[in-house]
Write a protein that binds this ligand. Structure first.
Ligand code: FES
Length: 150
């Protein structure tokens, strides 16, 4: 009477059970990484922000004619030029970070949850609880306009 020999298992074989366990643990690790990253971004951790560069060249002064409000996407900012003054407002809504749009008749409105801001960025209507952030804007001697976004 002969007995069938069990087939020898290859030395480096990964069992189906072990493979599935690795897959599940890898998935949990990836999900945890994404969760930590998103929480860090939400809390404003340095190095996790994907915003504009700290100092942005917005263009020449002539690109901002008097009495205009122009969006500068590189800085995510609204630049307003009145007679002699140049101001920049952060276009990022202080509620949850959507980009505010210019309202007809002046001011800004967030398309996400409806917060409204005045021409100078002052809060007019929530759910945002803070005004738009004023950004430092400068005209260099060669008429180059720079915006500090941090
Ligand atoms: S993100 Fe602007 S109102 Fe919510």
């Amino acid at each position: 009477m002969s007995q069938a020999k069990p087939s020898p298992e290859p030395i480096n074989a990964v069992s189906r059970r072990r493979f599935l366990a690795l897959l599940v643990h890898g998935g949990w690790a990836a999900a945890l990484g994404v969760l930590v990253y998103q929480i860090g971004r939400f809390l404003g951790a340095e190095g996790l922000q994907t915003g504009p560069a700290p100092l942005v060249i917005a263009g020449k002064l002539a690109d901002f004619p008097p009495e205009t409000t122009i969006y500068v996407p590189e800085a995510r900012a609204w630049v307003q030029r009145e007679a002699a003054s140049l101001t920049a407002l952060d276009a990022v809504c202080p509620h949850l970070g959507c980009l505010v749009q210019q309202k007809e008749g002046g001011g800004f409105r967030c398309p996400c949850h409806g917060s409204e801001f005045g021409v100078a960025g002052e809060l007019e209507r929530g759910p945002a609880e803070r005004p738009l952030r004023q950004l430092e804007i400068q005209t260099q001697p060669d008429d180059i306009v720079t915006i500090r976004t941090t």
